[in-house]
Design a protein. Structure first.
Length: 171
């Protein structure tokens, strides 16, 4: 039985997502992660001044972390605990709790009792959160496709292979 060929765009997107979730909370040179009001060099926002993936209107503060949270929940086989979510997206537990609250406030995630231990809470994606994930994934695929247009098929496949290898061996 032969494995189905992997689309380089899908493989690159998956590897980048895995790498984003494994970032350390502090830069190796001691610089901290950007604060909620810092959008890049000289206070400029990426993506030409618009929020990425259509997340305007109150989403811009912490948008990358919220997107990582939604992605992690969409890709999980079952709802995650807050600590499991924190690990999946590469943040500490207090930050994950704040992200969950933002997601609940926006209708993207819900808290539910753990069926094995009613004292614990699990976090699940809502239908609206699943729609957000599909939109983010589609926009990311389009952006990667445009970026890879300058690559040959062989270069795209090699980049996918190398990024996957990096993600497999990170940390």
């Amino acid at each position: 039985m032969t494995a189905e060929p992997v689309n380089p765009v899908d493989a690159i997107a998956a590897a980048l997502s895995r790498l984003r979730g494994r970032r350390q909370h502090q830069h190796p040179l001691g610089m901290h992660e950007r604060g909620p009001h810092e959008h890049g060099p000289h206070g400029m926002r990426p993506h030409g001044g618009r929020a990425p993936w259509g997340l305007e209107g109150g989403m811009r503060h912490g948008a990358p972390a919220v997107v990582r949270m939604v992605e992690a929940l969409a890709q999980a086989s079952e709802p995650l605990s807050v600590s499991g979510l924190a690990e999946a997206i590469g943040v500490d537990q207090p930050r994950a709790s704040r992200l969950v609250q933002q997601g609940v406030d926006r209708g993207w995630v819900r808290r539910e009792a753990d069926p094995d231990d009613a004292r614990r809470t699990r976090i699940a994606l809502t239908d609206e959160g699943a729609r957000l994930f599909r939109g983010v994934r589609g926009e990311r695929r389009e952006a990667l496709g445009r970026a890879l247009a300058a690559f040959t098929d062989e270069e795209s496949a090699e980049l996918a292979r190398l990024l996957t290898k990096l993600a497999d061996n990170w940390g």
